[in-house]
Design a binder for this molecule. Structure first.
Ligand SMILES: Cc1ncc(COP(=O)(O)O)c(C=O)c1O
Length: 346
């Protein structure tokens, strides 16, 4: 499909404008020279809006567009304590005058830090429930979403717009299908050989990966994506990502079935002990990028994924003429709650 036709297929879906796009795509010359392998690039989705930025700005345009089109009066979502998705939902809802209910399946921390501090600042209603909620790989993503939908219905009442963790729906993925067009255009403008481009990104719920994967497939583009699982969060996770990418193509009237075995993701290897558990390799990766390029990553998502990229480059996984684009997905507020362990490791 041509980029114009793909964009025209997405256009009828309700949406809001929450972001300044395109986000920059720029090289990292000092890091590339230091690593001595493929050319490393950064795609700055950390600069998306609202409320402090991050990758969830793209799915939220479509998800909240749907909420507004359906005349919903409240929005419900859930995530980990340092969920950037929850924080950006809270910010966007504040701007729309829509109450946001955020569910966290953990004990209320004694101090609200990082994303939680911002959630509160944006006026969201925070619900802390210290049990269930999934995310420990005992349940599938789909079962978790069904359970939380029920719990939130009981506690926040019926009639809300329910957004699964991370915005994990086909509509949410549209933001990254569109981003595939944006990246393809940038690669073309920069004169890079698409066959040699690989986009590396963190994976939490798989919305970003499924959207890009489906997007490049719909474009018939040779640009490859490689997700790095940062959390070991869900049982049979590749099946969930394949299902989501399949659903997006169906939603856009271009049926295609993606197989779980083909999901371009390295699962578990770089997640360390688990989701939101600090990994020393991630701390080293955060320090390296900060000191060599002046760019800050976060410890939960982008730092872990970037540590994976560094390990893969070090192991000679990519030919020297590869263009590796790291998708910086944001998450900066998540740095502050980890200040003590990060500075201790420095
Ligand atoms: C900063 C950051 N990076 C990456 C991700 C993972 O994105 P996805 O849930 O689409 O896999 C998230 C998820 O919330 C995030 O907040």
């Amino acid at each position: 499909m041509t980029p114009e036709r793909l964009l025209a297929t997405i256009r009828p879906f309700p949406r809001l404008t929450l972001n300044h796009k395109p986000t920059p795509l720029h090289p990292l010359p000092r890091l590339t020279a230091q690593l001595g392998g493929p050319q490393i690039w950064l795609k700055r989705d950390d600069e998306l809006g609202p409320g402090g930025g991050g990758n969830k700005g793209r799915p939220l345009e479509f998800l909240l567009g749907e909420a507004v089109a359906q005349q919903k009066r409240r929005v419900v979502t859930f995530g980990g304590l340092q969920s950037n998705h929850a924080r950006m939902t809270a910010a966007a809802c504040a701007g729309l005058g829509l109450p946001a209910h955020l569910f966290f399946f953990e004990k209320r921390p004694s101090a609200l830090q990082g994303n939680l501090l911002l959630d509160q600042l944006f006026g969201a209603k925070l619900h802390f429930i210290p049990f269930g909620g999934g995310g420990d790989a005992t349940m599938t993503l789909e079962t978790t979403i069904r359970l939380v939908r029920l719990v939130s219905w009981l506690l926040a009442g019926p009639g809300a717009y329910f957004m699964p963790v991370g915005g994990h729906t086909a509509v949410g993925c549209l933001g990254y299908v569109e981003a595939a067009v944006e990246i393809q255009q940038q690669i073309h403008q920069l004169g890079l050989d698409s066959e040699k481009v690989i986009i590396v990104l963190p994976v939490g719920t798989g919305v970003t990966l499924a959207g890009l994967w489906a997007g490049f497939w719909l474009l018939g583009s040779p640009i490859r994506v490689l997700g790095i699982d940062v959390g070991k969060l869900w049982r049979t996770f590749p099946a969930s990502i394949a299902r989501l990418a399949t659903e997006v193509c169906g939603l856009l009237g271009q049926p295609h079935t993606f197989a779980p075995a083909d999901v371009p993701m390295i699962e578990k290897t770089y997640a360390g002990v688990g989701y939101a558990k600090l990994r020393s390799e991630a701390v080293a990766a955060i320090q390296l990028l900060a000191q060599v390029e002046g760019v800050v990553l976060d410890p939960v998502y982008s730092g872990k994924a970037f540590a994976g990229l560094l390990d893969l480059v070090g192991n000679g996984r990519f030919p020297g003429d590869t263009h590796l684009i790291f998708l910086h997905t944001g998450g900066l507020p998540g740095l502050w709650p980890y200040a003590a362990p990060i500075t201790r490791d420095a």
